[in-house]
Write a protein of this length. Structure first.
Length: 202
């Protein structure tokens, strides 16, 4: 069962951010699934099959998990009819395939060669990868003038987009926007979300 807002506020004063991430985001049944763990398990398996990863590395996070927003800018706004669903996927093999292909494409540009909007895209790649995550469906932006050498990135991005579109038909999620981040490891997920929780008012 998802944690109540009162219990969460109490946890902020008695537990570390890492402990809260483990208890609230990584082990509970998401608010959007009610108390139905079997439905949540089925969702994770369906998503994992489409992405060709392990379901053990898939988690719903954010307000769809807790029932209220954990972003420092919007805490504790309630999960509502118009709220979207955020998913994290941990898979080092997929992350490294993307990372290395982006490096191969980008190395010739280290000292110039990308400008304007294309440069903005590449700078975002570099920043996100530094923190250990990417959005596979958002890497191939219209601003990229040169797409040769990015075949794996395009294939992963297309599979990511199509799989998330398919799981959006899962009954508790139907009609909601569902988006996913690919993290290299679970530790990267924990660090990211623990930092957000650390910045919440207690």
């Amino acid at each position: 069962m998802a944690i109540s807002i009162d219990d969460f506020r109490a946890a902020l004063t008695s537990q570390s951010p890492r402990e809260i991430v483990d208890r609230v985001l990584l082990t509970a049944v998401p608010h959007v699934f009610g108390e139905n763990r079997s439905d949540y398990t089925a969702f994770r398996k369906q998503l994992a099959a489409g992405l060709q990863v392990s379901p053990d590395g898939i988690f719903i996070v954010g307000s769809a998990m807790t029932g209220f927003c954990l972003s420092p800018d919007n805490y504790p706004r309630r999960f509502g009819d118009e709220s979207d669903v955020d998913v994290v996927v941990c898979d080092a093999e997929m992350f490294d395939r993307i990372w290395f292909q982006l490096l191969q494409w980008d190395h010739p540009n280290r000292y110039g060669g990308v400008y304007g909007l294309e440069r903005d895209t590449v700078v975002k790649w570099r920043k996100d990868i530094y923190w250990g995550w990417v959005r596979p469906d958002k890497l191939m932006t219209p601003s990229l003038n040169r797409r040769r050498g990015l075949k794996s990135v395009q294939e992963i991005g297309s599979r990511w987009f199509e799989t998330f579109k398919l799981v959006a038909n899962h009954p508790p999620l139907f009609g909601r926007e569902i988006s996913g981040r690919l993290y290299r490891t679970l530790e990267h997920v924990i660090m990211y979300h623990a930092d957000g929780i650390r910045r919440l008012p207690s």
